[in-house]
Design a protein around this ligand. Structure first.
Ligand code: SAH
Length: 222
């Protein structure tokens, strides 16, 4: 069953009220952008109401789009603002890329699976985003050419925080990443002070697909 835009908007607003505001998402800019971004456009499903459910969804190639709450929590934690240049690792469906593009100045997104990167690029350009660059590659290496970044968001889980990402974080910057074993991880906020000191804080438990790369899990990881 495919619902019309008006009905989907109703489910989207309900998602924001119940799943985001009903938990601990209180940043008005974050709530507004989740209200206005058409999540169903990023998901191929025969039932597009599912796009607004309180769960992750499959996006092909064995990957998932994160639960809306988790995407919102990560965005709230990095406090994205209009002057920020943001690096995203794990473009996936492109949904979180779109959210970041609304809140920040520019978004640089790295995806290791080319079919996902191409699909996301297509949807993002159809929706008219002009401040996003997507590349195919190993995001554990960051994107040196455009570093440093004010904010970094990693949407796949790693045994530890990849060193190149800490190096490419600007002074005063924030990075959010799920860290820990395959079955479940902790969402870690890494902050770099103006003087370059790095501190880490544990925000909550989470479960993400693995970050496969030189400074993440190695290929074939079970
Ligand atoms: N933010 C995405 C969630 C994607 S799931 C969304 O809103 O849809 C995590 C993504 O990270 C997957 O697409 C996976 O292919 C990608 N990924 C895993 N390891 C990676 C790496 N080393 N570099 C870049 N992307 C990676």
């Amino acid at each position: 069953m495919n619902l019309c835009e008006k009905t989907l908007e109703h489910f989207r607003h309900q998602m924001v009220r119940e799943q985001l505001l009903g938990r601990d998402i209180s940043d008005k800019k974050v709530l507004d952008v989740f209200k206005n971004t058409p999540r169903h456009k990023f998901i191929e499903t025969s039932n597009n109401k599912e796009a607004y459910g309180d769960f992750p969804l499959e996006i092909g190639s064995g990957q998932t789009i994160s639960q809306p709450y988790m995407a919102a929590l990560m965005v709230q934690l990095i406090e994205a603002k209009k002057t920020d240049r943001v690096l995203e690792i794990g473009t996936g469906s492109g949904y979180q890329t779109a959210i970041l593009a609304e809140l920040a100045k520019e978004v640089f997104s790295v995806e290791c699976i080319d079919v996902l990167a191409e699909r996301a690029k297509g949807i993002l350009s159809e929706l008219g985003y002009g401040n996003i660059r997507v590349k195919v590659g190993d995001g554990t290496l960051g994107w040196q050419e455009f570093a440093p970044f004010d904010k970094i968001i990693v949407t796949a889980s790693s045994p530890d925080v990849p060193g190149p990402l800490i190096d490419q974080l600007a002074a005063g910057g924030k990075l959010v990443i799920p860290v820990g074993p395959r079955a479940s991880q902790r969402l870690i906020l890494v902050e770099k002070s103006e003087k370059g000191c790095v501190t880490k804080s544990d925000k909550t438990g989470c479960v993400f697909v693995p970050l496969i790369g030189k400074y993440g899990w190695s290929e074939g990881f079970e």
